[in-house]
Design a protein around this ligand. Structure first.
Ligand SMILES: [Mg+2]
Length: 244
């Protein structure tokens, strides 16, 4: 007999973006764990400290599977099991080649403004911004507008694909000013390698459409996908599922 894992995205699914979970939803999850014998899990893009702020310190004990940064940091029953790194996966030499070629390219690009911090290295990805992350909101808007006409990021991604197309990297244009670079497959489906086969995985996410960060996991053959509009909707779906 298969076990059940209820696996949740955080922002927009268990909480309103960047807010705390409500007691009503949290208590419902505890009730399902206790009365229906389900396991609880989260898989979110943020880091663990942010998730603790949103779900409370105790969630590390209440949730069996905790995947931060899409699973690059993985705790089971409050014990660290795995920590991945983009630099290790790609290799320091390749990472530097990638950065050097990016700088060479940006050196010749003219923009409305350029500021500081063209790279932000995170555990699971390299975030690259042609104008730099040190821009104000007004300057961000100006870059986005300029980019929509001159395709600065698109041209950069095309160049990187030409140079490094064999390295199995994703170049994802995201937000207003940047491009995320990460190994193929390092989306939320990364967490699946850690979940035993005898689980039926119900995954709940709000960004399940193409291009959304829940899409790949929502569509994956190993999950039963549930698209939610907001945390209240998550609650309603759970209540329906378990006739509460
Ligand atoms: Mg979300």
């Amino acid at each position: 007999m298969k076990r059940t894992l209820l696996l949740f995205d955080v922002d927009g699914t268990l909480t309103k973006p960047r807010c705390m979970v409500t007691n009503a939803l949290y208590n419902l999850l505890l009730q399902l764990k206790k009365e229906k014998g389900v396991s609880l899990g989260i898989v979110g893009g943020s880091d663990l400290s942010k998730q603790k702020e949103q779900l409370g310190e105790r969630f590390m004990r209440d949730f069996e599977y905790v995947f931060s940064e899409n699973g690059l940091v993985y705790y089971k029953n409050n014990e660290l099991q795995h920590e991945g790194s983009f630099a290790t996966a790609l290799g320091e030499d390749r990472l530097q080649t990638l950065m050097n070629e990016s700088m060479r390219h940006f050196a010749d690009v003219r923009l409305p403004v350029k500021r500081g911090t063209f790279f932000e290295y995170r555990k699971g990805l390299l975030n690259v911004s042609p104008c730099g992350r040190g821009v104000s909101q007004e300057e961000r808007d100006a870059f986005e507008e300029y980019d929509s006409v001159h395709h600065i990021r698109k041209k950069y991604v095309e160049l990187m694909n030409t140079l490094f197309g064999t390295w199995d990297l994703n170049f994802a244009i995201g937000g207003q000013i940047s491009v995320d670079i990460y190994p193929k497959g390092w989306d939320k489906t990364y967490c699946l390698q850690f979940i035993p086969d005898d689980y039926t995985i119900h995954f709940f996410g709000d960004k399940t459409d193409v291009g959304g960060n829940d899409h790949e996991l929502y569509e994956h053959p190993r999950t039963v996908g549930h698209k939610v509009a907001n945390p209240d909707d998550t609650m309603r779906i759970l209540q329906d599922m378990y006739n509460l």
